[in-house]
Design a binder for this molecule. Structure first.
Ligand SMILES: N[C@@H](CCC(=O)N[C@@H](CS)C(=O)NCC(=O)O)C(=O)O
Length: 192
């Protein structure tokens, strides 16, 4: 929303993990007890999947298609692949690895760790490198919502040193992570 200069159209609430399990949140906002969640004060719409929230906000606020290609445009199919790939493959793999490594060493499952690392190193990272090619961003020289979406798992990957062997991804991550919107969403001292 910051990238679209439409931040004033929404209200962002920061919740703690315990907040996500409170009965009122489960009942009125998100029965899954997770974040993010979206509610509309206008028509009562509620959404609890991040991908659906992202697509909905883009459809409503990115009417000039600055951050997502229009239906029927040549870039649209690849854009769709990018956002589904990040949400269903890149993000789960990297985040599960990241969270697993937060456990004490004696509780870590080495088989799981080896498998997740192999999936990253042999498949996910090379695929992302291929997708990026010589481009600055996934769709070309202009930032899209897919890049910001990919920035989240790459942030975890970067913390784990998983970008070191992939300079293309590191350079891409550096381009995305200096955006004020990324800072706002993920920096440690961000109020969001
Ligand atoms: N598929 C959901 C996953 C949401 C999710 O698991 N969010 C995490 C934070 S990134 C969460 O709320 N974890 C707390 C919990 O599961 O208790 C989405 O993409 O929105």
């Amino acid at each position: 929303m910051l990238e679209l200069d439409a931040l004033s159209c929404i209200r962002i609430e920061v919740l703690t993990f315990p907040d996500l399990k409170k009965p009122a949140y489960l009942k009125d906002v998100n029965p899954m007890g997770t974040s993010p969640a979206f509610t509309s004060g206008v028509d009562g719409l509620r959404l609890f999947e991040s991908g659906a929230i992202l697509c909905h906000l883009l459809e409503v606020y990115d009417t000039k298609h600055e951050m997502h290609p229009a239906v029927g445009s040549a870039q649209r199919p690849v854009y769709l692949q990018n956002i589904f790939y990040v949400l269903t493959t890149v993000y789960p793999t990297v985040t599960q690895l990241f969270l697993h490594l937060l456990k004490p060493v004696d509780q870590q499952d080495q088989t799981f760790l080896a498998s997740a690392r192999t999936k990253w190193k042999d498949y996910i990272a090379p695929t992302l490198v291929l997708e990026l090619g010589e481009k600055l961003f996934l769709l070309g020289d202009n930032l899209s919502a897919a890049d910001l979406l990919l920035g989240k798992p790459l942030n975890n990957a970067n913390d784990l040193g998983l970008l070191d062997a992939f300079p293309t991804l590191k350079a891409f991550f550096d381009r995305v992570s200096i955006r004020p919107s990324f800072e706002m969403a993920y920096s440690a001292d961000s109020k969001f």
